[in-house]
Design a protein around this ligand. Structure first.
Ligand code: DGL
Length: 288
């Protein structure tokens, strides 16, 4: 059976690209909610409702494992999806968090993501779960929306979280390395840059495309954690542990479903996937 992967739109293709790299033999069904993207600005209830519909559609197609390849959907809906399904479900937050904790030497970690992901504090909760649920104190920095960031202290670890919403349209527009991207990154990251962080988690599907600009703005000493890469590693480990890896030598099957505008998905998505997108179908997840 294939692996099912869903995202609010094209972003999850950065996760699919990594799955294809680390598990090239696997069949994959990808579902992008292009009719209702972005999830990053929506309320918890809406994100949970959409995510459950997306999960149900893929499960209906017969999948062996579900990847919630959207940080915002993982932040709000992972638990609801896990309690609904009886197949393994992998989100994109925990893998990045595990890597960040083992990477940081200064015990100062930055997390960037959509407004929703940052507001949910899911990264903080996931880190704190590994840290033994320590008491948390939160301090707010900055005065206006674009320069506001949060400092969260857990024991000896300090996490700085910052929403960078404009990175999503920049990546989709193909403006991932021009002067607009550099200026935007400078504005968003100026606060985190002053903090003594040595590790920065790219907590959104789109941010790996802006890696070069983010790294240039943050400076050489900062390790960027790509959640997509860590998640693919976790998927591989889960498939091996459960003995459900695909072992056939025949060419793998890749199928794409979108809830709207397949032409735009192909145009933008091929840049994210770094491959041609064939076999695409427009579907309605609410029509069940
Ligand atoms: N896929 C979303 C995420 O990783 C970004 C786009 C959106 O806001 O829907 O959070």
């Amino acid at each position: 059976m294939p692996i099912g992967v869903f995202d609010s739109g094209v972003g999850g293709l950065t996760v699919m690209r990594e799955i294809m790299r680390q598990l090239p033999e696997e069949d994959i069904l990808y579902l992008g909610d292009t009719a209702r993207v972005p999830y990053g600005i929506r309320s918890a209830g809406t994100i949970i409702k959409y995510s459950l519909e997306m999960a149900d559609f893929l499960v209906g197609k017969g999948i062996k494992l579900l990847v919630v390849a959207c940080n915002t959907a993982t932040a709000f809906a992972l638990n609801a999806i896990k309690s609904r399904l009886d197949i393994p479900v992998v989100g994109v937050i925990e893998p990045g968090v595990k890597k960040a904790i083992t990477t940081t030497r200064s015990k100062r970690v930055g997390i960037i993501g959509t407004e929703g992901t940052i507001r949910s504090n899911s990264y903080v909760h996931a880190i704190n779960a590994l840290y033994g649920n320590k008491p948390v104190t939160i301090k707010e920095h900055g005065t206006i929306r674009y320069d506001r960031y949060f400092e969260v202290c857990l024991d000896d670890l300090i996490i700085f979280t910052k929403a960078c919403p404009l990175f999503v349209p920049l990546a989709e527009e193909g403006w991932a390395s021009n002067d607009v991207a550099v200026l935007t990154a400078r504005h968003y990251l100026e606060g985190l840059k002053k903090e003594p962080i040595d590790t920065l988690v790219l907590g959104c599907t789109h941010y790996p495309l802006l890696k070069d600009v983010i790294s240039e703005v943050m400076g050489d000493g900062i390790v960027l954690i790509d959640s997509a890469r860590e998640t693919a590693g976790d998927i591989k480990e889960t498939l091996v542990r459960l003995g459900i890896r695909r072992l056939t030598a025949s060419a793998p099957r890749r199928m794409f479903y979108v809830t709207d505008a397949p032409e735009r998905f192909i145009k933008v998505g091929e840049r994210f996937l770094e491959q041609d997108i064939e076999h695409i179908e427009k579907i309605d997840v609410t029509d069940r």
